[in-house]
Design a binder for this molecule. Structure first.
Ligand code: ATP
Ligand code: MG
Length: 306
């Protein structure tokens, strides 16, 4: 490790936990959404914003180096799942946190309402093909978790899935939670490390951001009338998020419930959690065997003697 990261970076890796751990849920049963205040910034006030930005810049650089290691080693993959209410800052967080990484090692997939072809398959089908390859970071901007969130809030969406009637019993959500837990277990058994983020914005802050979108011409495009319609279901969504996290937060595939009323803080927490996840893998550059070393020496000598 010491050869890969300088002392400042090692210090940052050490500090990452401080930001991510308070928001990590790896034992869902004990979780209640009210435990997390969307406005929480730990002991950091607005006066720490510029320091936070500096730390984030360093974190972004660090992530780039970790990603290089991940890619070189070509064994693990990292899947980052982002879920949130509208205007919680998913897009901006993804953009900032991943801004330093090599585009070749990173794939972002945005999951929208399922197409007719999607609906003709089981709901994990479209996610499966977007999973990150070994050595890569895959980002799901929304995910199969919509299946226990928006689909639960709007039962007519479930009807559209044309499932056999016998499978639409009262246990359907319990079954989906179990299937998702098992699926994630399967993925982790195959070297795909999973971290899930719920960017938890308050209803008041969402209103402020919607108004900004409506009142700033350059932000108008971000607004959709549907966002207001979904806002009316706020309490149902919160219940669905809580239940989903309670049933799917595990040691192997933890959720981070990230306070999202302050964008600068959201980004620091997400970056810290990603750093921590990559650090936990003990990555190193592949070692060159003696035989390969001799080949390299010979190649070098050949080039010099040309
Ligand atoms: P933005 O932040 O830019 O608005 P977005 O992720 O909200 O991005 P939209 O195109 O506005 O993207 O919305 C995508 C919509 O697709 C969401 O309302 C989401 O609930 C819906 N969706 C995603 N997956 C599913 C699914 N499996 N079933 C039903 N709806 C889904
Ligand atoms: Mg939207």
């Amino acid at each position: 490790m010491s050869k890969i990261f300088n002392s400042e970076q090692q210090d940052l890796i050490g500090r990452a936990k401080k930001f991510s751990k308070p928001f990590r849920i790896d034992d869902g049963e004990k979780f209640h959404l009210k435990q997390v205040d969307p406005g929480n910034t730990l002991e950091f006030g607005k006066e720490h914003k510029s320091q936070a930005k500096e730390a984030l810049d360093m974190g972004v650089e660090l992530l780039a180096q970790f990603q290089d290691l991940l890619y070189a080693q070509d064994r693990w993959a990292l899947l980052l799942i982002f879920q949130a209410m509208d205007a919680a800052g998913k897009d901006g967080t993804i953009k900032h946190v991943m801004s330093g990484v090599n585009p070749q090692g990173c794939q972002v997939s945005s999951f929208k309402a399922p197409s007719a072809v999607d609906l003709d398959h089981d709901y994990l089908w479209r996610s499966n093909v977007m999973l990150p390859e070994r050595g890569r970071i895959g980002i799901f901007n929304r995910s199969y978790y919509e299946e226990t969130l928006v689909v639960r809030v709007h039962p007519e969406m479930l009807a559209r899935q044309t499932l056999p009637k016998a499978l639409l019993g009262k246990d359907i959500w319990k079954d989906r939670f179990r299937d998702i837990r098992n699926y994630e277990r399967y993925l982790t058994n195959n070297g795909i490390v999973i971290r899930k983020f719920f960017l938890h914005v308050s209803k008041e802050e969402q209103k402020k951001r919607f108004l900004q979108r409506l009142e700033t011409p350059d932000k108008n495009w971000k607004f959709s009338a549907n966002d207001i319609r979904e806002r009316a279901y706020w309490d149902d969504y919160m219940k669905a998020y809580e239940d989903t996290i309670r049933h799917t937060a595990t040691e192997r595939a933890p959720w981070y419930v990230v306070p999202a009323d302050n964008k600068w803080f959201t980004r620091v927490v997400v970056a810290a959690a990603v750093v921590e996840a990559l650090d936990s893998l003990g990555l190193h550059y592949p070692e060159v065997s003696d035989a390969a070393r001799q080949d390299l020496d010979k190649a070098r000598a050949d080039l010099l003697n040309e």
